[in-house]
Design a protein around this ligand. Structure first.
Ligand SMILES: Cc1cc2nc3c(=O)[nH]c(=O)nc-3n(C[C@H](O)[C@H](O)[C@H](O)COP(=O)(O)O)c2cc1C
Length: 280
């Protein structure tokens, strides 16, 4: 991977942009984005495919329907996977890395996992039938003002808020919150994770430190994924891994993800183990 920008800056700059200028992203910048995407990989051992759609091939906009949520966008990037144990996490990890890259380049983006016509996009992007398209994102120049639905959505979802540390990070068990002081150097990657986007801003990620290993869990919102043939919140878990991993790497903290270190622990209701991170 070729990350040549400040993760912290990109994390703080990124937000969901739903209103775009009419002006398309120039060819040179688009090629640069595609070249960056080519360098991506993920720690979950699953392949993620990227697809592009531009104004020329957008055709009948109704077919790719973004239901009035996205306005003015001329270009889209989509990500697809084959069904696999960690495929959704892998997609979350790689696609969020793209979003950070776009933010750093001064371009807007917005994760769309629900408010888009999945079949219409898959067809317009010419995506093979055996691939799932869990998310797409518009990208482009940000319009100076949010549109009405956009402002309203942000208010309803409380998009500018994030849960505090006490609700997200723990040590030994889920009744003992982890303080920033106790997290020491890992406080920075955890803070970057906390600022990340998630579907409907549900922030399902929980991290628990036990015997020196960092364990990541998903606090599932019951029924939230009922409209999907998969658990959409697992994409959020991949986003969390990207923010955590890139910021650890940026500060020279070495470590790697493992999938088989689930700790013995009493879990609160709807809490599911995702993966662990071991410092080297
Ligand atoms: C996996 C995923 C799916 C999302 N799907 C949609 C969507 O379908 N429509 C939409 O308008 N926003 C969608 N969002 C954007 C979230 O609502 C947004 O990230 C969250 O409210 C936090 O706001 P922010 O991105 O501006 O920080 C999605 C985000 C994620 C991570």
């Amino acid at each position: 991977m070729n990350i040549h920008f400040s993760i912290e800056e990109a994390v703080r700059k990124r937000y969901s942009v739903r209103n775009y200028l009419d002006r398309p992203v120039e060819e040179g910048r688009e090629s640069e984005l595609k070249a960056f995407v080519e360098t991506l990989d993920n720690p979950f051992g699953e392949e993620v495919f990227f697809h592009y759609l531009d104004s020329k091939s957008l055709g009948d906009r109704r077919k790719i329907g973004t239901y009035g949520v996205i306005k003015g966008a001329k270009q889209y990037i989509g990500a697809s996977i084959k069904a696999g144990k960690m495929a959704l996490e892998a997609l979350g990890y790689e696609m969020e890395t793209v979003m950070l890259h776009l933010a750093q380049a001064g371009l807007g983006s917005c994760w769309l996992g629900g408010t888009f016509n999945r079949k219409g996009f898959a067809k317009a992007m010419d995506i093979a039938d055996d691939l799932i398209v869990p998310a797409v994102s518009p990208y482009g120049y940000v319009a100076p003002k949010m549109h009405g639905t956009e402002s309203l959505m942000r208010k309803v979802i409380r998009a500018d808020h994030r849960k505090p540390w006490v609700h997200l990070f723990f040590t030994d068990d889920f009744s003992s919150p982890l303080t920033k002081q106790a997290a020491e150097e890992i406080a920075f990657p955890l803070e970057m994770l906390r600022l990340g986007p998630s579907a409907s801003n549900k922030q399902p990620w929980r991290v628990l430190l036990k015997n020196g290993v960092w364990h990541f869990f998903e606090q599932r919102v019951p029924g939230y994924s009922a409209a999907f043939p998969y658990d959409i919140q697992r994409i959020d878990m991949g986003i969390a891994a990207a923010h955590f991993d890139h910021s650890a790497e940026e500060t020279g903290i070495k470590g790697h993800f493992v999938l088989d270190r689930e700790p013995e622990l009493a879990l609160p209701e709807h809490m599911e183990y995702a993966y662990s991170w071991v410092r080297e």
